[in-house]
Ligand binder design. Structure first.
Ligand code: PRP
Length: 186
């Protein structure tokens, strides 16, 4: 994955303007829903959620803390078979008694977020909600209630805006569809 991103791009699925407009709307909705709350904690799931977090938090007018949780599966194939996910880097702050809003880039099978929600719930937050930029419901294996969704998308291999292609291109300001025939194994 060393070529310019254009080599791997089949199409732009969600352009920068559309992303930013929707993120402003989400920020307004979240600000309204949490109005008056003084212990809001945004928990970003690394690594994919980081670009979304940094744009979204600047659209949220309620004072809040941010923190980061890094999780990974035991391998994509294994995860889909077993749903096993582990914590690689835990929060640096306490979640107990706070209003926790999880910030994620994409929900696919649902295993990662099921794990994250169970881990966070065990810490007894005042409330626990989930916000994802992208939702791929056709891929869902395990039920996961989502409170805020940016875009519902079809089952396409997407990258950019936090989502990687072989660990790169997370910096792209749009969400693109990967050109499968441009990948090395094809
Ligand atoms: C992606 C995404 C979610 C997870 C969703 O992370 O950021 O955390 O997959 O998949 P699921 O619903 O099937 O569990 P990834 O494992 O690619 O790690 P990354 O965020 O570091 O890129």
């Amino acid at each position: 994955m060393t070529l310019p991103y254009e080599e791997y791009l089949a199409e732009i699925l969600i352009d920068e303007e559309t992303l930013q407009k929707r993120i402003r709307e989400l920020g307004q909705q979240i600000s309204k829903d949490y109005e008056g709350v003084d212990d809001l904690l945004l928990v970003c799931i690394l690594r994919g959620g980081v670009v979304f977090l940094t744009d979204l938090m600047r659209q949220i007018t309620v004072p809040h803390e941010i923190d980061f949780l890094a999780v990974s599966s035991y391998g994509k194939g294994v995860r889909e078979a077993s749903g096993r996910v582990r914590i690689d880097h835990d929060l640096m702050s306490e979640a107990t008694g706070k209003h926790v809003l999880i910030i994620e880039d994409i929900i696919d099978s649902g295993y990662t977020l099921r794990f994250v929600m169970d881990v966070m719930m065990a810490r007894r937050p005042a409330s626990l909600k989930l916000c994802t930029l992208l939702d791929k419901p056709s891929r869902r294996t395990i039920h996961i209630p989502i409170d805020y969704v940016g875009f519902t998308i079809e089952d396409k291999f997407v990258f950019g805006y936090g989502l990687d292609l072989d660990d790169k291109y997370r910096n792209l300001p749009f969400v693109g569809v990967v050109r499968l025939d441009a990948l090395p194994q094809h």
